[in-house]
Design a binder for this molecule. Structure first.
Ligand code: GLP
Length: 244
């Protein structure tokens, strides 16, 4: 795992967007998996801009949505689906066969997990994964206590995730469960970027990077990845004891 530190959110997002764009240049059939949320917002906007302006051929990429709030319709502006559709799938005009997002309204959520796992297998795994970190150290909805061996799964959300998650919604919602890609896929991914910005993320970044590797703090899984990068701005890196 390598830590890369940037002056600010703009530089951090610029780096991630450029790296993803270059990865698509080098491998036009790239399988990209991404989190939604506040952290990757600028990266996604810059990525779409770069792909278009630099006329990079993105017609063969595959996109995978990392997670979703169970029971929320895709039209809800706080859903991950809404984020991916409006910021990436729509602007890039990806064809339905080119992406897979969890259907959080499916009657059979286990089958939804199976479909995701099969989709990832058919594509020969994820090449590049861009994830964020929650205030309890989660990645996607891999909540504290989750096994590092999990494939896609449905999980009860912990208290922190339920309350922090309210920030995405304009109306009150009840957040109880999540559906998410598991750490087996993350550990098998060719490259993983975990991104964090702002002082509110400083403590969780310190734990993820310098704390013990334990399923009680899911983001510590990054320390096990052979090609994992933690991208942080100065504020998120401010509590790290070792120089990075
Ligand atoms: C959310 C999502 C994660 C996301 C994380 C951080 O609950 N399930 O996929 O990466 O929390 O979100 P943010 O970037 O908004 O801080």
């Amino acid at each position: 795992m390598i830590i890369k530190r940037f002056k600010n959110y703009q530089d951090l997002s610029d780096f991630a967007a450029s790296d993803i764009a270059n990865s698509i240049k080098n491998k036009p059939s790239l399988v990209l998996c991404m989190a939604s949320g506040d952290t990757p917002k600028l990266t996604v906007d810059l990525l779409v801009k770069k792909l278009k302006e630099e006329k990079i051929d993105y017609s063969k990429i595959t996109f995978i949505g990392l997670d979703e709030w169970v029971s929320l319709p895709p039209a809800n502006t706080g859903s991950c689906h809404y984020f991916f559709q409006n910021k990436l799938i729509g602007p890039l005009e990806l064809k339905p066969a080119q992406y897979f997002l969890f259907d959080a309204l499916a009657d059979d959520l286990q089958n939804e997990c199976k479909k995701m796992d099969e989709f990832i297998d058919e594509k020969d795994g994820i090449d590049l994964m861009l994830v964020g970190i929650g205030m309890n150290g989660h990645i996607g909805f891999n909540e504290p206590g989750v096994s590092f061996n999990n494939l896609s799964h449905v999980i009860a959300l912990d208290e922190t995730t339920r309350s922090v998650g309210k920030k995405y919604f304009s109306e009150p919602v009840e957040l109880t469960k999540g559906i998410t890609i598991g750490f087996k896929h993350l550990l098998n991914a060719g490259k993983v970027f975990l991104m964090a910005n702002g002082s509110k993320k400083a403590e969780v970044i310190k734990k993820a990077v310098e704390g013990p590797v334990t399923d009680n703090f899911p983001a510590s899984v990054m320390q096990k990845h052979k090609n994992g990068f933690v991208l942080v701005d100065d504020e998120a890196a401010s509590l790290l004891s070792k120089p990075h």
